[in-house]
Design a protein around this ligand. Structure first.
Ligand code: M6R
Length: 607
């Protein structure tokens, strides 16, 4: 994912910017650039490739100036060329950006109509154009940025440098992280505290929706309503700056909130936005040649695979054999040579998954791995790696790795559908656009956190919780139950809603909360019938749904968590967020060790 740095310093900014960008290299990138105010003029140096290339450019053509912004770019809109590298500049405004501006096409049209000429294929340039137009229209930089932010859709972080003022940076955060570094007579912006570690350990973190007006004398922060707010300055230790919880009480909370950004980054790796198509790494197999597909995994990764089965079967008409790796490895499954076996794993080290992979290899299968740790054993032993770009996941309970696994599997299912002739270009474009909207929808969905926190205390008093869902919401019900078990130690089960009357309905009474996951889709009414059955037996229903689902819930639910409307294809990813928050807040009330729950290991390298 892209990395952002901004400096208002007392010495030449360019080398410091490059130094800070090096600390963001772990996020992955394919071009880089810096801009400084050289004698009051915005001047840029950019280069495709690694930071070494940018350093070569700077050696030949150094930049002076004590104020600057820098960027490492992971290409999403437009190839990783010098021209598309950030910072972008229009008029007297330069900007660096992490994330995606979803409505950039409409905004670009608007700017072209107002006389702007664009030089790049990026979504970012439109941000510089809008701010520049506002300034040309007489607004001060703060008002110009404020007015621009209200027009942008998507999940992003931004940092602006203005030609008219060498003592001003403006940063904004919506969905992607941004930290402010407080020095002595110097101030900084960075994607995280790690980037700012050489300059200062006094850090404040912007909250989603904030923007910050930074001068050498300090920072003024404004929230999403434009009201001034205080954000606490914390002193980060060196180790904390490496494994940094930011404003969050637990890594799990931080990782839940990172999801808009890491999903955006992961999707950016697979989606060519210009052609609205999925691009996969070269592989020694074609989905078109397969009769079936096998997917194996453990725990949360197995639930991601469960969702994927619905997608592959629906969008690619490809039957899926789905297995818990610890079962598969001892089943002696006969396999036709030349098939494809996919493995899903955050760590890439899970012993059962690895053993299953080796078995499938012996059976002459092509091996594909959806992994978060690219140097892991599972990655190394696979023919092709489909990386999830979730970044390091510290909390033992998997959150962002799960939704990134789903994002990758969704891309694979769409690509399979195209290769097998099930999806035409129009179908693919619709599905791709549904995926691209996800980071923004997740940002919206996260706003339900206070509602969830409000009833978590109640849930924390329960001894058992039942989760119900149909279709792709069924695996999310199982994942919700697993999350709650893992970190709150409350017994929970996830069931296919249609199975209720085949047994679990006997459990229903007024002490059994039932969490129903039901977007308003083609089978909503079926799940609504199951809610009737629960309500008729005095069961207390917590319904996770959208606006239409809430309107059609007939007053059956004691509580409703309303998730934004979304295309049915992507709802499992979107609905994973509230189930994570339910588990998190319940565990916080229980006072358990949220990040390192008892008896659990992050990576299960033994049988
Ligand atoms: O590293 P992996 O994805 O292979 O791990 C699989 C499971 O151990 C893991 O998902 C586990 O269930 C998590 N603790 C779930 O939160």
């Amino acid at each position: 994912m892209c990395g952002i740095v901004g400096i208002l310093g007392t010495s030449p900014a360019a080398p410091l910017l490059v130094d800070a960008l090096k600390r963001l290299e772990y996020r992955g990138y394919d071009s880089a650039g810096v801009a400084t105010l050289e004698n009051g003029v915005l001047t840029r140096r950019r280069a495709p490739g690694k930071l070494r290339e940018l350093e070569n450019v700077l050696e030949k053509a150094p930049l002076s100036g004590h104020s600057g912004i820098g960027h490492t770019r992971w290409a999403t809109h437009g190839a990783p060329t010098e021209g598309n590298a950030h910072p972008h500049a229009i008029g007297k405004v330069s900007v660096v950006h992490n994330g995606i501006i979803e409505n950039f096409r409409d905004l670009k049209e608007e700017c072209i109509g107002r006389g702007v000429t664009f030089e790049t294929d990026t979504d970012t340039e439109v941000v510089a154009a809008l701010v520049s137009l506002n300034i040309a229209g007489g607004m001060a930089p703060k008002e110009a940025v404020d007015a621009t932010l209200s027009k942008l859709q998507g999940a992003f972080a931004l940092a602006f440098l203005f030609e008219a003022d060498a003592d001003l940076l403006i940063g904004a955060r919506r969905g992607s992280p941004l930290a402010v570094g407080h020095g002595d007579g110097e101030m900084f912006l960075g994607s995280d505290a790690i980037a700012l570690a050489p300059f200062t350990n006094r850090i404040s973190y912007l909250v989603d929706g904030d923007y910050a007006v930074v001068t050498r004398g300090g920072v003024s922060v404004f929230d999403d309503s434009g009201a001034p707010v205080e954000r606490e300055v914390k002193t980060a230790t060196a180790s904390a700056q490496l494994a940094d919880k930011g404003n969050y009480r637990h890594f799990m909370a931080k990782e839940i909130y990172e999801q808009p950004e890491v999903i955006s980054h992961t999707l950016g790796h697979y989606i060519d936005m210009a052609r609205e198509t999925i691009v996969l790494p070269d592989a020694p197999f074609s989905f078109a040649d397969l009769d079936r597909l096998s997917i194996s995994a453990c725990g949360t990764a197995f639930y991601a695979a469960n969702v994927a089965r619905y997608w592959f079967e629906r969008f690619a008409k490809l039957p899926v054999d789905l297995d818990i790796a610890s079962e598969f490895r001892y089943r002696e499954v006969p396999m036709e040579k030349g098939g494809l076996a996919l493995f899903v794993s955050q760590s890439g080290e899970t012993a059962d998954t690895l053993a299953t992979l080796r078995y499938c290899k012996d059976q002459g299968q092509h091996i594909g791995a959806i992994v978060n740790v690219p140097e892991s054993t599972i990655a190394r032993e696979s023919d092709v790696i489909f990386p999830t770009l979730a970044g390091p996941e510290i909390g033992v309970a998997s959150t962002k790795a799960f939704t990134c696994q789903l994002a990758v599997l969704a891309c694979l299912a769409v690509a399979a559908g195209r290769e097998r002739g099930v999806l035409d270009a129009d179908d693919e474009s619709k599905l791709v656009n549904a995926l691209v909207e996800l980071p923004r929808l997740i940002v919206e969905g996260l706003k339900q956190e206070p509602v969830i926190e409000g009833f978590a205390r109640d849930l924390a008093r329960s001894s058992h919780v039942l989760y119900l869902g149909r279709s792709t919401s069924f695996p999310i019900a199982m994942e919700g139950a697993l999350k709650l078990k893992e970190i709150s130690y409350i017994h929970a089960e996830g069931y296919a809603a249609g199975e209720l009357k085949h047994g679990p309905i006997a459990l229903i009474d007024e002490d059994m909360p039932v969490i129903v996951i039901a977007p308003y889709d083609r089978i909503f009414e079926k799940t609504a019938s199951n809610m009737e059955e629960v309500a008729a037996r005095g069961g207390r229903i917590i319904l996770i749904t959208d606006e239409k689902g809430a309107a059609h819930s007939n007053g059956l639910a004691e509580r409703i968590i309303e998730v934004p409307d979304a295309y049915a294809f992507v709802t499992p990813i979107l609905y994973a967020i509230p189930v994570q928050l339910i588990a998190y807040h319940t565990a916080v009330f229980m006072g358990t060790d949220v990040d390192q729950p008892r008896n659990l290991a992050k990576s299960v390298t033994v049988e």
